[in-house]
Design a binder for this molecule. Structure first.
Ligand code: UD1
Ligand code: UDP
Length: 378
């Protein structure tokens, strides 16, 4: 009988990073592949499911407006019990550090099902940053039976916590997704011209110098987010030739300060979350990226885009060490100065804009499939 694999995820980044793995397992039956989404995110998850054409077997539809960590933790744990009882999978796959990922693993443990963790081993060393993701990931590391680390550094982090068995360095599946996404745009003329039309006709940013901004981390809520917005407003005012494109996360804690402080500034475009291929197109056209996002810190180096990371610490040091990303925090003047520096100092800019791949080569998914196949044929 085929081995049954159950993929559990709930948010946009998990969906993006799981999609290539699910596709690879689909192309390599003898596996029975099932997908359960908690829908911790709704619209932002659906955008990705549509693009990658993934149809979940279970949709727990849990997202509530402005949900708390308690809501999503408790509701997904309860709902997953029934799914596991119905499906009785041999393996559960979870990805990253979200609450869905942690709870998916915990549910698997309660049912004594083997848990495989994709993107294992990232650590910032600060339990409150990223919050609650650092602790989600630590707990997940101790629950999981198979650990797919994206880099050697991630593997070392696991070894330092005495997690030694079944640790594999495979690269980050986000690079597989990036390759899939870029290939799809390249091969699909209709999509390509739709994307170009959106940016050129609707946003009218054809020949401008672009800065892509995203932000959503819980530890930045409140005055740190306000600082970021005040900095963006000053940068936009000082540099009229710049266009800042900011796809705003749907979390109300993000949207409120962004709307209040930035709405109405001429060269700042506040747009809805972009579908993945639109985001990739935009990143590719951008001069630089300002973000607190994990996934974007990983994608941008591959495209040779400098990233200024709007956080005090990061669990993704590889980009910083490669010199394509810089940790700049959330102080308003610091953000303004760092951006102005990269706009004026071409030497500094060019040093940061070299394409490097510290997070993978685009083959992480096939490595994961091979490892699981080998495990199950011995
Ligand atoms: C979650 C993850 C975070 C991940 C991020 C990716 C946790 C605790 N947080 O944070 O690790 O980096 O997703 O974006 O797991 N909302 C919508 N529609 C959507 C998505 C969100 O309206 O499609 C709004 C809702 O009001 C929701 C709120 O955003 O309650 C917060 O969503 P939630 O998943 O709890 O937190 P994120 O900040 O998105
Ligand atoms: N992304 C997207 N549309 C957007 C913003 C981001 O498709 O408007 C993609 C981005 O390319 C990356 C992922 O979403 O692959 C990152 O998600 P997010 O920043 O929400 O979460 P994190 O990576 O910080 O957990």
């Amino acid at each position: 009988m085929n081995l049954k694999l159950l993929f559990i995820f709930g948010t946009r980044p998990e969906a993006i990073k799981m999609a290539p793995v699910i596709k690879e397992f689909h192309n390599n039956s003898p596996f029975d592949v099932k997908v359960c989404v908690t829908a911790q995110h709704r619209q932002m998850l659906d955008q990705v499911l549509n693009f990658f054409n993934i149809k979940p077997d279970y949709d727990l539809n849990l997202m509530r407006p402005n949900q708390s960590l308690f809501d999503i933790t408790a509701n997904s744990l309860i709902a997953l019990e029934r799914v596991l009882e119905l499906e009785k999978p041999d393996f559960i796959f979870v990805q990253g550090d979200t609450t869905t990922a942690f709870v998916g693993a915990l549910a698997g443990f309660y049912k004594k099902i083997k848990v495989a963790h994709i993107e294992a081993g990232l650590r910032s060393g600060n339990k409150y940053s990223p919050f609650p993701e650092e602790i989600n990931r630590v707990l997940l590391g101790h629950i999981a039976d198979y650990h797919f680390a994206p880099t050697e550094k991630a593997k070392e982090n696991l070894l330092n916590e005495n997690i030694k068995n079944n640790v594999y360095v495979v690269g980050n599946t986000v690079i597989d997704a990036l390759h899939l996404g870029l290939k799809f745009i390249e091969e699909n003329e209709q999509l390509k011209s739709k994307i170009e039309k959106y940016f050129t006709s609707e946003l009218k940013i054809e020949n401008s110098k672009l800065i892509l901004v995203t932000g959503h981390r819980r530890e930045n809520f409140g005055r740190y987010f306000e600082n970021i917005c005040f900095a963006l407003r000053e940068i936009a005012k000082n540099n009229k030739d710049l266009e800042i494109i900011y796809p705003v996360h749907l979390n109300p804690n993000v949207r409120d300060p962004v709307d209040r402080i930035l709405r109405g500034t001429n060269n700042i475009h506040l747009v809805e979350p972009l579908e993945y291929p639109y985001l990739l197109w935009l990143m590719n056209k951008s001069y630089l990226v300002l973000t607190d996002s994990g996934g974007i810190q990983e994608e941008a180096p591959s495209l040779g885009k400098p990233v200024l990371v709007l956080r005090e610490v990061t669990e993704r040091m590889e980009g910083i060490e490669a010199g394509t990303a810089k940790l700049i925090g959330t102080d308003k003047n610091k953000i303004v100065n760092e951006v102005e520096d990269l706009l004026k100092d071409i030497y500094k800019y060019e040093k940061m804009s070299k394409a490097v791949n510290p997070y993978g080569d685009g083959n992480a998914s096939s490595r994961i499939v091979d490892i699981i196949k080998n495990l199950t044929t011995v």
